[in-house]
Design a protein around this ligand. Structure first.
Ligand SMILES: Nc1nc2c(ncn2[C@@H]2O[C@H](COP(=O)(O)OP(=O)(O)OP(=O)(O)O)[C@@H](O)[C@H]2O)c(=O)[nH]1
Ligand SMILES: [Mg+2]
Length: 291
């Protein structure tokens, strides 16, 4: 897939290392210093061309999230300071507002997906990601990126292929999720996926996940819409990947939702039925061959 990667940083350099005194905008005068390692509360944020390859790639899809992106990036910075691992932040952006400008000013790499949709954005961002560990989450403040170290440490400690932040096993703050989603849609779609694909996930629509590069290659997601979230987990179940879940707190959204409950819910259901049907069809063909 060809893509346009945009950055206003000089090539051959790394982003600067923000400190608590200068938390919002990395100091460009420091941009030629290369990766300086982590001292105190500094961290290494790799630019598109960097002396040190990032180990962690934080991939965030954005569609007009100018009201939220700054807070989201600050939370990512807090997580990266705690993790103390060379990292990159990639925005797969389709915005027409100031989202990409704000992100670039904060040292993120911004790509412009050719296709529309949540899944298409992630596919584009994953294509750019260089890390062995990939993290994904929304740009709307619903997921708290300061919880990212908990997910990554769980992955390292348990040797899991993927760790999911579970809202349904964690805490959903007032106003964060419509009751229809919290008590009907998400539990029902989670149960449906578990039943059809013999899995035991607690929250299949959580978009806050970390996984290894190998796990991503094995899951091999392809869909472009919101059903991408289900497709990844169906792939994880199919490939028998080891998946851990950790409880997380889900917060109210800043900015307008892009999700359309019934249209996107239906896309998940249709995708699950089609996938299940094609597996059943394949089993029938195989059974027929050996009958
Ligand atoms: N690049 C790109 N990003 C998208 C697109 N659709 C959604 N996003 C982003 O994907 C993330 C998830 O979208 P949301 O609108 O938050 O969907 P959701 O999390 O299912 O719904 P809420 O619970 O209301 O937040 C957000 O960061 C969006 O900005 C798209 O077509 N292109
Ligand atoms: Mg969201």
């Amino acid at each position: 897939m060809s893509k346009q990667q945009t950055t206003d940083r000089p090539s051959g350099t790394d982003a600067a290392t923000p400190t608590s005194e200068t938390p919002t905008i990395p100091d460009r005068s420091d941009a030629s210093a290369g990766v300086s390692g982590s001292e105190g509360d500094q961290f290494t944020l790799c630019g598109p061309v960097s002396a040190v390859d990032p180990t962690v790639s934080v991939v965030i899809p954005t569609l007009n999230e100018e009201e939220a992106i700054e807070a989201v990036l600050q939370a990512v910075f807090t997580a990266l300071r705690e993790l103390d691992i060379p990292s990159e932040i990639i925005l797969a952006d389709s915005s027409t507002d100031r989202t990409p400008d704000i992100a670039r000013d904060h040292g993120a790499i911004v790509t412009e997906p050719e296709r529309k949709g949540y899944g298409a954005a992630y596919l584009d961002g994953f294509d750019t990601a260089r890390g062995d560990i990939i993290a994904m989450g929304d740009a709307d403040t619903t997921y708290d990126f300061t919880e990212l170290p908990k997910l990554i440490r769980t992955m390292q400690e348990t040797d899991a292929d993927m760790v999911i932040g579970s809202r349904l096993d964690g805490e959903i703050l007032p106003g964060a999720m419509p009751p229809l989603h919290q008590y009907v849609g998400n539990p029902m779609l989670t149960r449906m996926l578990n039943t059809l694909f013999d899995a035991e996930f607690s929250d299949t629509h959580s978009g806050f996940r970390v996984f290894t590069r190998e796990a991503l290659d094995a899951m091999d997601p392809q869909t472009t819409g919101m059903e991408f979230a289900s497709e990844m987990l169906i792939g994880a179940a199919r490939e028998d990947l080891s998946v851990e879940e950790v409880p997380i707190t889900y917060h109210p959204r800043v900015g307008n939702a892009k999700l359309e409950s019934f249209r996107d819910g239906w896309r998940h259901i249709r995708y699950m039925i089609e996938e299940w049907g094609s597996n059943v069809g394949a089993v029938r063909v195989l059974a027929g061959l050996f009958a």
